[in-house]
Each structure stands twice: as structure tokens, then as C-alpha cells.
Design a protein around this ligand. Structure first.
Ligand SMILES: NC(=O)c1ccc[n+]([C@@H]2O[C@H](COP(=O)([O-])OP(=O)(O)OC[C@H]3O[C@@H](n4cnc5c(N)ncnc54)[C@H](OP(=O)(O)O)[C@@H]3O)[C@@H](O)[C@H]2O)c1
Length: 324
């Protein structure tokens, strides 16, 4: 099968389109015939080997890609609830070989039925970013109807889903993005959208129940501004788990009896199913800003590395109507 692997850490040039053996699913896994794979910042962070903590988990050569949509080709002996031919979406095993490949073996518990109204391309843009938003908002932030939620990075992959999920659950949503994306964030459903460069949110926003840091900022001085807009007892959730809160942030949270939470995404099947229901009900849209063929994966990485993608980037691996 065709796959994009790395044999060494480095720039986009280390991505190689190779012939690789088709994986064999373990008892608790599915073999998925992959139609499309999402591209996420973690892909190029792994590729360039810059994250020391992550690097120690990785074995080369490695097939990248942790966002898949496709059709079940084989079902492991202990798997229930899936049949060959089911259209699915989910998160491949991490660490492990991923979805930049024609086939991928992955834990069945990390996959669910694909939203029916989405193409494979659209569905591949959902799992990792969607689950990260869900984990942050509901797993850690405990967001409820009527609460005020501030989302940083609201035009990106994680933030764009967070805006829509929080709205779907009845929250009042304030999204931060750059000036050119404010209309987009409003169109996703945000009640207010502010330019993080030109409008100081710390002066314009207050009484926030939950802040979700879904921007790439890993700056504890910026976090202090976000803590300042929280209500007493509020929750600051960061998805940037590689950048812990410093002493000043912890002290500011304590002064407000507020909580600080780090949110590593949880690849839960029940959450993927709930997200699919929201999508099929028309409450959540999936914005794919660009589709690249698998062979152009290096260009997709270069675009993702700008940190200014609106919505999602996706790699097409098989044409939508190709046989599985
Ligand atoms: N916890 C986890 O398991 C997990 C999983 C996935 C991602 N993440 C993390 O979540 C963050 C977002 O990931 P993503 O996939 O959504 O990335 P993305 O699609 O590239 O989106 C990033 C967004 O952040 C905004 N942004 C860029 N620079 C900024 C700055 N200096 N200040 C404020 N906002 C800025 C951009 O908005 P504009 O273009 O409008 O400027 C962009 O829309 C990343 O840090 C990523 O590492 C964590």
C-alpha cells in the first residue's frame, strides 16, 4: 500500500511516499481503508522531532496522521459493533502508524460511524480537533447552557469546533481570532468575535465562566490576561498540554478560587458519536479550507506550520467514490 512515512526527523523533505506493508489489525482493532486523513499541527511537531517529551515515545520509520475517515476493511476478533463496509471516522493509535496511508489499523474504541451528511474528506477533518474541543469544553471545562465561554484560536481547527459545540450546548460564546477571520467566527455562531491583535479582550470582556486556550500561544503572561476575565470560581482550560501553567498563573487562579486544567484530547467513541449527531442535525459545520493529494503532503505541512489555517486541511487518499 501507499503510505507517507518518515525515516528521520526533520523538515517537510523527510516526508516520503513509499510502498509499505498493509497493517494487520490486533484483536481490538479495525483495519480501515482510508479515504482521507486530516492534517494537524501534531503531525509536523512529530515530523520535526522538536518535542523532546513526545520523541521518546516514537519509533522510526513512522507513518504520520492521526485523523482518519474511511471504510472498515477487517474487524479484529474481539471487536463488536462494526462490520466490514461500515463508513467510520476516528483517531488512529498514538503513538503508532497513522492515517497518511491507504490502510491503517487502529483501536476500534477510537472510531465511530462517520456523520452521514459528510464526505470522507470533510469527516477526516473532525476527529482530532473535534475531540480536543470536546475534551476541553465538557471534559475539563464542564460548560453548561447559559455560561459565558471565551475561546482563543476560534478560527482554527480546535477553536472552530469549540465555538460550534459551545453554542450547540447553549453557551454564550466569545471568540478571539485575527481581524480577517472575525466574520468567519461569527458565522460559526459566536455571539462576539474580537481581534486578538487590535482589541484587548482583557479590557472588553468580563465574567467568563470558562476560557478555552485553543490558540497556539504558550505564553503564561497572556494566560494571566485570560485568568483576569474569569468569574470567581471559573475554569481556565488549555489544550497546550506541553506548556504547563507557571507559578504566576497558578497564583492568579488561586486568588480567584478558579481552576486551571490541561486537556489532552480523549479519543472516545461516545464523544465521536455525539459529535456526529450534532453534525447530522445540522448544528455543526465542517470547514475544510484546502484538500491536498497524499503526494503533496509536504505542502500541507508547510501550510499548517503557518498556524493560520481557517478550519482544517485534509489529505485525499482515495477518491470519494473509489471502491474500498
Ligand atoms: N490537547 C490536545 O490533545 C491537542 C490536540 C490538537 C491540538 N492541540 C493544540 O491546540 C492548538 C490549536 O490547534 P489547531 O489544530 O486548532 O491549530 P490551527 O488549526 O493551526 O489553528 C490555530 C489558530 O490559532 C490562531 N492563532 C495563531 N497565532 C496566534 C497567536 N499568536 N495568538 C492567538 N491566536 C493565534 C489562528 O487564528 P488566526 O488565523 O485568526 O490568527 C488559528 O486559527 C495548538 O497549540 C495545538 O498544538 C492540542
Amino acid at each position: 500500500m501507499k503510505a507517507v512515512t518518515i525515516k528521520a526527523f526533520g523538515g517537510p523533505e523527510v516526508l516520503q511516499l513509499v510502498d509499505a506493508p498493509r497493517p494487520v489489525p490486533a484483536a481490538d482493532e479495525l483495519l480501515i481503508s482510508v479515504y482521507a486523513s486530516g492534517v494537524n499541527p501534531v503531525d509536523w511537531v512529530i515530523r520535526n522531532g522538536s518535542n523532546e517529551a513526545m520523541r521518546s515515545f516514537l519509533t522510526l520509520p513512522l507513518t504520520l496522521g492521526w485523523d482518519a475517515a474511511g471504510v472498515v476493511a477487517e474487524v479484529g476478533s474481539a471487536v463488536t459493533g462494526f462490520q466490514p463496509g461500515d463508513a467510520v471516522y476516528g483517531v488512529p493509535n498514538f503513538p503508532g502508524n497513522g492515517s497518511y496511508a491507504e490502510y491503517c489499523a487502529a483501536k476500534a474504541s477510537q472510531f465511530a460511524r462517520k456523520p452521514q451528511r459528510l464526505s470522507f474528506i470533510e469527516a477526516a477533518g473532525v476527529p482530532l480537533a473535534g475531540l480536543t474541543a470536546w475534551t476541553g469544553l465538557f471534559g475539563h471545562g464542564q460548560v453548561r447552557a447559559g455560561q459565558r465561554v471565551l475561546i482563543q484560536g476560534a478560527s482554527g481547527g480546535v477553536g472552530g469546533f469549540a465555538v460550534q459545540f459551545a453554542k450547540a450546548k447553549g453557551a454564550y460564546v466569545i471568540g478571539l481570532a485575527s481581524a480577517g477571520n472575525l466574520d468567519y467566527v461569527k458565522q460559526l455562531g459566536a455571539d462576539e468575535a474580537l481581534d486578538y491583535r487590535g482589541q484587548p479582550f482583557e479590557e472588553l470582556v468580563r465574567d467568563v465562566d470558562v476560557v478555552l486556550e485553543a490558540s497556539p500561544q504558550r505564553d503564561n503572561r497572556e494566560r494571566l490576561k485570560a485568568v483576569a476575565v474569569l468569574k470567581p470560581g471559573g475554569i481556565f482550560v488549555s489544550v497546550n498540554v506541553d506548556a504547563p501553567f507557571d507559578e504566576a498563573v497558578r497564583a492568579a487562579l488561586a486568588q480567584k478560587q478558579a481552576t486551571g486544567e490541561m486537556a489532552p484530547n480523549q479519543p472516545r467513541q461516545d464523544w465521536l458519536t455525539e459529535i456526529a449527531q450534532l453534525i447530522d442535525a445540522g448544528q455543526v459545520q465542517v470547514v475544510v479550507s484546502r484538500v491536498y493529494p497524499l503526494a503533496e503532503v509536504a505542502a500541507a505541512h508547510r501550510e499548517s506550520e503557518t498556524w493560520h489555517v481557517r478550519g482544517k486541511l485534509v489529505l485525499e487518499i482515495r477518491p470519494e467514490n473509489a471502491p474500498a
